[in-house]
Design a protein around this ligand. Sequence first.
Ligand code: KG4
Ligand code: ZN
Length: 338
Amino acid sequence: MKIMAIESSCDETAVSIVEDGRNVLTDCIASQVELHRIYGGVVPEIASRKHIEAIYGLADQALEKAGVSRQELDAVAVTYAPGLIGAVLVGVNFAKAVALSLNKPLIPVHHIRGHIAANYIAYPELKPPFLCLVVSGGHTMIVDVKDYTDMSILGTTLDDAAGECFDKVARVLGMPYPGGAALDKMAVGGDETHYNLPRARAGENPYDMSFSGLKTAALNLIHHAEQVGEELNIPDLCAGFSAAVSDTLIPRMVMAVKETGYKHVAVAGGVAANSRIRGDMNRAMEELGVQVYMPPLSLCGDNAAMIGSQAYYEYLAGNVADMSLNAYATKSILGETL
Ligand code: KG4
Ligand code: ZN
């Protein structure tokens, strides 16, 4: 089954054609990152406009690169939530138009379910059930992936997402948007013990997390140094910050593995590209004798291939939409409108 998948929830316009959920025939991305960089973050109105400009050409390009005709498509899938509402709407309206004109099924895909599915592309042998650590720009949670479309959330951040904090600290340090990857690079060789950064506990659910205290502590440290004219050791600070994020995530995954008894663990989302988190996760799971799956860096960030992969399983589960499909800025991975 060949699915054309469309992703436009943030600052990447992407169109992919994926066969049977696992075989990526083509994955085309038009990134807007350079455009938003001068503003230090995504400007929603600019993002929507650029999606409109890019999406038609990109869809044609995807068909051409895959060597697939419009009629050979079996369905059209689209990220319908969550994201910047104007940006998500562009993809949803385009997908509806394609589905209607070609008379093909329309499959709505939750963006975070897509991030999890990036692992299905990278690892053809991976099948639910498994535990997944989702770490993106807007989400941080531990998901019990019981089946392809049956999930539950063990824990979540109660305030900021990990990626948001990486970006904020990087921005204050003068790194270009999105700063997570730059901060990660800067941390290499840094002494993580130099600056004392907090590892917060959050609420009653031991799997819940909090990052706002860590973010504030790092920002205060930077601003204080500026005020008193002290020169900060940037690699040490970046290493300390990355370690604090990882120390918040990994022990909770260890706890979840021990409690659930799962033997397979995956990581998903843009922050899954972080070298510290990848290294710590590998070490911790090796000690437990648990198999770890992490998408290659190219599949960690936003792309449409992951949407096409999840779409196949949504289709098999009967999750198709009609022309009344709407876009949502927020929606839980379980499908509840927040
Ligand atoms: O999943 P994603 O592409 O978009 C959302 O769905 O939110 O995640 C983007 C986030 C950004 O915050 C970016 O800075 C972060 O992923 N990121 C990283 C790294 N690469 C990307 N954060 C830490 N270390 C990295 N190497
Ligand atoms: Zn994403």
